[in-house]
Design a protein around this ligand. Structure first.
Ligand SMILES: NC(=O)c1ccc[n+]([C@@H]2O[C@H](COP(=O)([O-])OP(=O)(O)OC[C@H]3O[C@@H](n4cnc5c(N)ncnc54)[C@H](O)[C@@H]3O)[C@@H](O)[C@H]2O)c1
Length: 270
């Protein structure tokens, strides 16, 4: 099954003039979000530690007619995050939306997770999102508008084996989202989390190979099993996450804050 980053035929001016900062923009879900906002005429700042992939994604946004820049950034480094935000403000003078999508997942069982691996996952998935929320929040509060969307996971809501450090980071991110939502609500700024189910990205391909091999399956067999386990009977495409993220940044969701939406084909429900 091919990864589909873009929903064809989207023509909208919904985010014209708005500035959207996307972390993990070189990846599947972050990239699909950057492209979706580009389709809807936002100005996009792509942030990622993968400088080459990030530059490609910003170029793809520009091909859709959007103004877009690539800013290399390690979200675990406060200095990197601050420098990236300073570059965004120097160019456009404002931020309207943050999508915090940078993340990692190893799929290792507890017995083999090292302390270093635990700390690395927490540093990227949770501390990285914290640093980005902290850097963007005052800008949105000052303007009295805007949205933050943190990409958590269904693993933050329910139980999976071989996910100790990942689940902990993603549950923590839901806690962070709710607290920031409370603080920013008086300023008319909404803060929500999206909890994706299995979405066809590089991350899922890598982890399915590791977990599948442990269970005596190929990557494709393991993914097919996950699709059968899902009430909607299939895996998600990255553009399907991007559509929900765009909704959460739009005028249609101004009364929706502090939520962690399961966009998982019904997996957590089941
Ligand atoms: N794909 C899924 O099935 C799935 C399911 C649930 C949640 N998620 C979450 O969605 C988010 C995006 O995942 P994806 O599937 O697009 O994975 P991906 O691997 O395609 O993208 C992740 C991106 O994060 C970047 N990144 C990693 N460490 C970074 C750092 N220190 N600083 C900046 N960027 C960094 C990577 O370079 C990569 O481009 C992650 O937070 C992930 O946990 C994904």
């Amino acid at each position: 099954m091919e990864q589909e980053m873009l929903r064809a035929g989207v023509e909208s001016t919904r985010f014209a003039g708005q500035v959207v900062v996307v972390t993990g923009a070189a990846g599947g879900i972050g990239g699909a979000c950057a492209l979706r906002f580009a389709q809807e005429q936002a100005r996009i700042a792509c942030l990622d530690i993968d400088a080459a992939g990030n530059a490609q994604m910003a170029a793809a946004c520009r091909e859709l007619g959007a103004d877009a820049i690539a800013l290399p950034c390690d979200v675990t480094q406060a200095g990197d995050v601050e420098a990236a935000l300073a570059a965004v403000l120097a160019r456009w003078g404002q931020v309207d939306v943050l999508v915090a999508s940078a993340g990692v997942y190893t799929g290792d069982p507890l017995a083999t997770v090292t302390l270093e691996q635990w700390q690395n996952t927490l540093a990227i998935n949770l501390t990285g999102a914290f640093l980005c929320n902290k850097a963007v929040a005052p800008l949105l509060m000052q303007r009295g508008r805007g949205s933050i969307i943190n990409i958590s996971s269904m693993a933050g809501k329910t139980s999976w084996p071989a996910s100790a450090e990942y689940s902990a980071s993603k549950s923590g991110l839901i806690g962070l989202t709710r607290s920031v939502a409370m603080e920013l609500a008086p300023y008319d700024v909404t803060v929500n989390a999206v909890c994706p189910g299995n979405t066809l990205t590089g991350m899922v391909r890598r982890v399915s190979a590791v977990i599948g091999a442990r269970d005596g399956m190929t990557s494709d067999e393991w993914l097919a099993m996950r699709a059968r386990d899902c009430p909607l009977g299939r895996l998600a495409q990255p553009w399907e996450m991007a559509g929900v993220v765009a909704f959460l940044a739009s005028e249609d969701s101004r009364y929706l804050t502090g939520q962690a939406l399961e966009v998982d084909g019904g997996m957590v429900m089941a």
